[in-house]
Design a protein around this ligand. Structure first.
Ligand SMILES: [Zn+2]
Ligand SMILES: [Zn+2]
Length: 363
């Protein structure tokens, strides 16, 4: 079978022939990979900024946004059977007894940093024909979602962010009432965030560098949300109209925007950061004013990464809801489907919203 791998020491990307894996343990599941979504993380790994092969290996098989079909299950697997569609979780726990997060089944909150991530850090990914996975890391997806289920993994990132923000709002000793939300960035994470906001009856605004005429802007408007281009409004004037926001979801990874967002919060507002700016990115900041506002307005700013099993289950429910509320817009998030052979070239450019590799497809 084939696999797409990066060789960090040689700075090379190759499609390899690798042996088909066989399930060995009683809780192992053999999967045929159907689709794999590509994102900015894959592009960073493909430009060798990031990404670690498994211990002792010289290459890392890429791909962490999976959709697969169960082929065969181990004798102790009860929840899955051949033909089921599944999405695999990405992060695997660290080995340390002292890490309470990993020992509690929440490696997304790992305290040691020694976790592994399939297709990213120390474990092979899903850009291959078959994989074996422990059933504990698989989440079943209803077959009606087959053509959009590759969006589940990126959606879990937003689901976790929104769930954490809601947990913070529960500190308020009163019902906050109707909320106004801002999403920063109109890539897949930002657009999925806008869908969650819209589905939750939050008055939704999306701010990004794409023009008002771009496809992401049209997609935002199709949700009943408002799109604001940074070309028409500089970052400093973020909250000019309609004013400040109760909840802001950042998905741009642009340091000056991440800092400016803190200044666009209403009293008691919450800012969730999901973008990962490059180390050393500088931004001008009125530190006194920013910190003073955070204190005097009871604001919370938090970062969030990866997701737990509960977020996968919630993401699947959100996706079902999206397919009822705005099915066309949801499908429109996947702008290109391609074969494995197209991936090396695709990783060098940025086009469309979500690019998806179909593993069965011939070039
Ligand atoms: Zn991703
Ligand atoms: Zn850990």
């Amino acid at each position: 079978m084939q696999a797409l791998a990066v060789f960090p020491s040689k700075k090379q990307i190759d499609i390899l022939n690798v042996p088909e894996p066989r399930p060995a343990g009683a809780t192992d599941v053999l999967l045929r990979v159907r689709e794999v979504g590509l994102c900015g993380t894959d592009r960073e790994i493909a430009s060798f900024e990031y990404g670690d092969p498994p211990a002792g290996a010289d290459h890392l098989i890429l791909g962490h946004e999976s959709l697969a079909e169960v082929v065969e299950v181990g004798r102790r697997v009860r929840s899955l059977k051949a033909g089921d569609l599944v999405v695999a979780m990405v992060r695997r726990p660290c080995p340390h007894a002292r890490c309470r997060a990993c020992r509690s089944g929440r490696p997304d909150f790992c305290e040691t940093g020694d976790y592994t991530e399939r297709g990213i850090k120390g474990a092979n990914g899903f850009l291959t024909n078959y994989v074996v996975e422990n059933d504990a890391y698989l989440v079943k997806v209803p077959s009606v979602l087959a053509d959009v289920a590759v969006l589940v993994e990126p959606l879990t990132v937003v689901t976790k962010a929104v769930e954490q923000a809601q947990a913070i709002f529960r500190r308020l000793p009163y019902d906050p009432g109707p909320q106004r939300g801002l999403v920063l960035g109109a890539g897949p994470i930002g657009l999925l965030g806008a869908m969650i906001f819209a589905a939750n009856h939050i008055e939704t605004y999306v701010y990004s560098r794409d023009s008002e005429e771009s496809a992401p802007a049209a997609l935002v408007r199709s949700l009943g949300a408002r799109y604001v281009s940074s070309a028409s409004r500089p970052i400093e004037n973020l909250s000019e109209d309609p004013g400040n926001f109760d909840v802001i979801l950042e998905a741009a990874g642009f340091a000056p925007l991440m800092l400016a967002a803190a200044g666009a919060l209403k009293p008691n507002g919450v800012l969730a950061l999901t973008g990962v700016p490059p180390d050393g990115a500088a931004a001008e900041l009125n530190a006194g004013g920013t910190l003073r506002n955070l204190v005097l307005k009871n604001n919370v700013v938090f970062g969030t990464v990866n997701a737990g099993r509960g977020d996968y289950l919630a993401a699947i429910q959100f996706l079902e809801q999206f397919m009822t509320l705005f099915p066309q817009s949801t499908r429109a998030l996947v702008t290109h489907r391609m074969s494995l052979a197209d991936v090396p070239q695709m990783l060098m450019q940025k086009r469309g919203i979500k690019n998806v590799v179909q593993m069965g497809r011939t070039a």
